[in-house]
Design a protein around this ligand. Structure first.
Ligand code: UD1
Ligand code: UDP
Length: 375
C-alpha cells in the first residue's frame, strides 16, 4: 500500500507506483489522503498513478493536530480493512507520519522512501524534521537517497541491515517526464528568468513578507522576469500577495502541473526556493539554486556547489541573486556542479529489495554499485 497526500509525495512515489503496476510480483494499492486537494489531484493522472482509495482530509486552514488525528483515524481504517503486506510512505509530511503510525498500530511493516534526511534542528523545518525522525523509529526498510542520509540513520542506532541507499525517486520521475515530452513554460519574456517558490511553515508571516519585498527589489532591476507559482496555502498567499501582487516584473500563477513546472524549470536561469524537491530537481537540470531557508536537509547540493543556503534575510537574498545574475563565471560554476541525488534507478532498487523481503522472490542483480546498495 502506497500512502500519499501532498504534491511532493505524488511526484516521488509515482515512479514506485508505476514500476509496481507493471511488475507481476506486486499489487500496488494507492491510497491518496487528500491532505492537498487540488495540488495532489492535478498530479496523479498526469504521472500515471491509479488511486484505489481516495480520502478527503483537507480542511481550509486546519491545524496540524486536527490533520494528524483525522489522518491516523482514516488511514487506520483503510489499513485494517485491506491488510496490505507493506505500507510505503515517502518523506516527512503529516500524511507520511500518520501512514507509518497507522501501519505500526496494525502491525504492518513500513517502508520509508527518502529516509534519513536531517537538518539536526528538531523544529526546522517545522514539523518535517520531527516527522522524519519519528518515521525512522517505525520503519523496517529505510530507502535513503544518499550515503550521507544512510549515515544519519545508522548513527541514530537504526540497524544497517534495514538501510538501503537507492538515490532519490525524484530523479526517476524527472527523467520520465522529460522523456514523455514537453510541457509549457510559464515564462513570457526574454528577460533574465527567475523561478521562485515559497511555502515553508517556519517562514510564514513576517519572514515571508520580507522575502516578498526582496523579490520586489530584484524585479526592480528591470531586467528580470520572476515566475512565482503560488502555493495554495492561504498563509503563503496572505504573506506574498500583499507584497508582490500587481508589481512589474512578476508572473504570478497558480501551482503548475508537473509537466509545465518541469518545462518552466528547464527554461529558467535561476531558482530561488524553500522547497525540498526543487533543491533536487534544479541541479539535475543544471540550474543554480538559492535556498531561502536557514537550514537544509540536502547539504549534498550545497557541497557539490549546485546550491547555496542563503537564509531568509532580504538584503542577503538580493545580493546573492544579483551576484549570480551579474557574474557569468560564478553562474557557470554553480550550473555545472551536477546532481548528487540519484541516477534515475531508485524505484527499481526499491522494488528489488521489497521483492526479496516481502514476496520472497530471488532478487537477481542485487549487488552494490557506486554509492548505491544495489545495482
Ligand atoms: C505540506 C507539508 C510539507 C510539504 C508541502 C508541500 C506537512 C506538515 N507539510 O505543507 O512538508 O513540503 O505540503 O507542498 O505535511 N491547500 C489547498 N489546496 C491544496 C493544498 C493546500 O487549499 O491543494 C490549503 C489548505 O487550506 C491547507 C493549507 O493549504 O489547510 C496547508 O496545507 P498543508 O498540507 O497543511 O501544507 P503545508 O503544511 O504548508
Ligand atoms: N512543483 C510543481 N508545480 C509547482 C511547484 C512545484 O509541480 O507549481 C513540484 C516540484 O517540481 C517539486 C515539488 O512540486 O517536485 C515540490 O513540492 P513542494 O515545494 O510543494 O514541496 P517540498 O518538496 O518542499 O516538500
Amino acid at each position: 500500500m502506497l500512502v500519499l497526500g501532498t504534491r511532493p509525495e505524488a511526484i516521488k512515489l509515482a515512479p514506485v507506483a508505476r514500476a509496481m503496476a507493471s511488475d507481476l510480483r506486486f499489487e500496488p494499492v494507492v491510497v491518496a489522503t487528500g491532505q492537498h486537494r487540488e495540488m495532489l489531484h492535478q498530479m496523479l493522472g498526469l504521472l500515471g498513478v491509479d488511486v484505489r482509495t481516495a480520502l478527503d482530509v483537507m480542511r481550509e486552514r486546519q491545524q496540524l493536530s486536527e490533520l494528524t488525528a483525522r489522518l491516523v483515524g482514516e488511514l487506520g481504517g483503510v489499513i485494517r480493512a485491506q491488510r496490505p503486506d507493506t505500507v510505503v510512505v515517502q518523506g516527512d509530511t503529516t500524511t507520511a507520519l500518520a501512514g507509518a503510525l497507522a501501519a505500526f498500530y496494525e502491525r504492518i511493516p513500513v517502508a520509508h522512501v527518502e529516509a534519513g534526511l536531517r537538518t539536526g534542528v528538531m523544529d526546522n523545518p517545522f514539523p518535517e524534521e520531527l516527522n522524519r525522525c519519528l518515521i525512522g523509529r517505525m520503519a523496517r526498510w529505510h530507502f535513503t537517497p544518499t550515503p550521507r542520509a544512510a549515515g544519519h540513520l545508522t548513527r541514530e542506532g537504526i540497524p544497517a541491515e534495514g538501510v538501503f541507499t537507492t538515490g532519490n525517486t525524484v530523479v526517476d520521475n524527472l527523467l520520465w517526464v522529460l522523456a514523455e515530452g514537453a510541457g509549457t513554460s510559464a515564462f513570457r519574456s526574454c528577460a533574465k528568468r527567475i523561478l521562485v517558490t515559497l511555502h515553508r511553515r517556519e517562514n510564514q508571516g513576517h519572514r515571508m513578507r520580507g522575502m516578498g519585498r526582496s523579490l520586489c527589489r530584484l524585479a526592480g532591476r528591470g531586467d528580470v522576469e520572476i515566475v512565482l507559482p503560488l502555493h495554495r496555502s492561504p498563509a503563503v498567499r496572505d504573506a506574498l500577495l500583499c507584497e508582490v501582487d500587481g508589481r512589474e516584473g512578476f508572473t504570478l500563477v497558480d501551482p503548475l502541473d508537473y509537466v509545465d513546472f518541469v518545462a518552466t524549470l528547464a527554461e529558467c536561469d535561476l531558482v530561488l526556493t524553500d522547497s525540498g524537491g526543487i533543491q533536487e530537481e534544479a541541479p539535475t537540470l543544471s540550474k543554480p539554486v538559492l535556498v531561502l531557508r536557514t537550514t537544509t536537509e540536502r547539504p549534498e547540493a550545497v557541497e557539490a556547489g549546485a546550491a547555496r543556503l542563503v537564509g531568509t534575510d532580504p538584503e542577503t537574498i538580493v545580493s546573492a541573486a544579483g551576484r549570480l545574475l551579474d557574474d557569468p563565471a560564478e553562474y557557470r560554476r554553480m550550473a555545472g556542479a551536477g546532481n548528487p541525488f540519484g541516477d534515475g534507478r531508485a524505484a527499481a532498487r526499491i522494488l528489488a529489495r521489497l521483492a526479496e523481503d516481502v514476496t520472497a522472490e530471488p532478487a537477481a542483480g542485487l549487488t552494490a554499485s557506486g554509492p548505491y546498495s544495489t545495482a
